[in-house]
Design a protein around this ligand. Structure first.
Ligand code: S3P
Length: 428
């Protein structure tokens, strides 16, 4: 594991691209594998999490050819997956695990999903429960953790499920299982979560409809191969959006960013904080809205961020918290309990590491209270092997006095392998 040292910079300037959207890449690999025919996926995300999904489907007999950032996937059809030769190793990826469990529940073979230390501590009951209601026999460590064995018998029944959490992974798991279930499967969530699965399932030919917070899907025997262009990930762009706002004299333009209305909470929050942020060239690509986003250094103000907007910016809370340390006043983040069960306990990671650097933060049960403006100082900090914590601390290092040393910084490979190269480009 690597350690990176970051020093204060005078400005960041330039036009960049960030890697492709992780959520959309996972879904594109999954649905292309299940479709009839050859799908071409342009600008996929070549990151560790997405390789976990690719390997899982290769393990079940799907041919996936990689050509630069293009994937050519020969779909085996919705009933064409083969029993995996080995356990399915999902690495660090919650999305791989929770989404694939819905597909595995629809097969007529049993399979076991395993993961790394972090993933093995994350709750799976949230997908086990609905899949059991649909008739699947599942066993998991303590009923909640990987390894999880799905003894599928090809006899799923449709359910109407009210999810207690606003989680796109849970919703998508049920919708994917719903493809195999008898009848119409309906899932309702408390607050709308990202809707990439709904959009892509429709594009692949599934009979799916959305009514407010409910999504219904009909049993399906055939999906149709698609060509997909994946936009860049707003969750990766977020680090450079905030960097451009908090590093004095900066101006950064990020091209081709997905601004799907279930993912654009950070733009709303940054605007409310008084950020100089503009969206240009708004267009739709492969069913997803995309824009070029430009930011420049701004005097930020504190804001309140609550449960209602949380699913629209859930992965951006670490970098928003850093922005809040540089905003005038007290920022209150609440309704963010889900952050405790991400790749690390992110509320604790944000608070402990930024406090070490000089921030004024109080950790609450479901959020953070952040008083700005704080002067940050470089020191040794821990990423907890969480990619989004490592990237947030790296951006913090750009405005801190002295050197910031981040342990296990190579975990950025989970979603953004060339993060430090992009940073270097903006600083040259
Ligand atoms: C994701 C959904 C979110 C998000 C994760 C990706 C997805 O998780 O945090 O990074 O692709 O569906 P939850 O569904 O657990 O909120």
């Amino acid at each position: 594991m690597k350690t990176i040292r970051i020093n204060k910079v005078l400005r960041l300037q330039g036009t960049i691209s960030v890697p492709a959207d992780k959520s959309i890449t996972h879904r594109a690999i999954m649905l292309s594998s299940l479709a009839d025919g050859r799908s071409i996926i342009n600008n996929f995300l070549p990151s560790e999490d997405c390789f976990s999904t690719m390997n899982a489907f290769r393990n079940m007999g799907v041919e996936i050819e990689e050509n630069g950032t293009t994937l050519i996937i020969k779909g085996v059809g919705i009933h064409g997956l083969k029993k995996p030769q080995q356990n399915i190793y999902a690495g660090n990826s919650g999305t791989t695990t929770r989404l694939i469990s819905g597909i595995l529940a629809g097969q007529n073979f049993s399979s076991t999903v395993t993961g790394d230390d972090s993933l093995s501590k994350r709750p799976m009951k949230r997908v086990i429960e609905p899949l059991k209601l649909m008739g699947t026999d599942i066993t998991a460590k303590d009923g909640n953790f990987l390894p999880m064995t799905i003894n599928a018998k090809g006899n799923l029944k449709a359910v109407e499920y009210k999810s207690p959490v606003a989680s796109a992974q849970v919703k998508s798991c049920i919708l994917l299982a719903g493809l195999y279930a008898d009848g119409i499967t309906k899932v309702t969530e408390p607050v709308k979560s990202r809707d990439h699965s709904e959009r892509m399932l429709k594009a692949f030919g599934a009979d799916i409809s959305v009514d407010g917070l409910s999504v219904s899907i009909k049993h399906c025997d055939k999906l149709f191969a698609q060509n997909i262009d994946i936009p860049c990930d707003i969750s990766s762009a977020a680090f450079f959006l905030v960097a451009g706002l908090i590093v004095p004299n900066s101006n950064i333009k990020i091209l081709n960013v997905n601004i799907n209305s279930t993912r654009d909470g950070i733009i709303e929050v940054l605007k409310n904080m008084g950020a100089n942020i503009t969206l240009d060239n708004v267009r739709t690509v492969s069913g997803e809205e995309v824009a070029d986003i430009e930011v420049s250094y701004s005097n930020l103000q504190a804001v309140d961020i609550g449960a209602e907007i949380m699913p629209r910016l859930i992965d951006e809370i670490p970098i928003i918290a850093l922005a809040a340390t540089q905003a005038d006043g007290t920022t209150k983040i609440s309704g963010a309990k889900e952050l405790r069960v991400k790749e690390s306990d992110r509320l604790s990671a944000i608070a402990t590491q930024l406090i070490k650097m000089g921030a004024d933060i109080v950790e609450t049960e479901d959020g953070l209270i952040i008083k700005g403006i704080s002067k940050l100082n470089g020191c040794k900090v821990d990423s907890f092997k969480d990619h989004r914590i490592a990237m947030m601390l790296s951006i913090a290092g750009l405005i801190a006095e002295g050197e910031t040393e981040i342990a296990d910084s190579d975990c950025v490979n989970i979603s953004f392998a060339n993060f430090y190269e992009v940073l270097k480009k903006l600083n040259s």
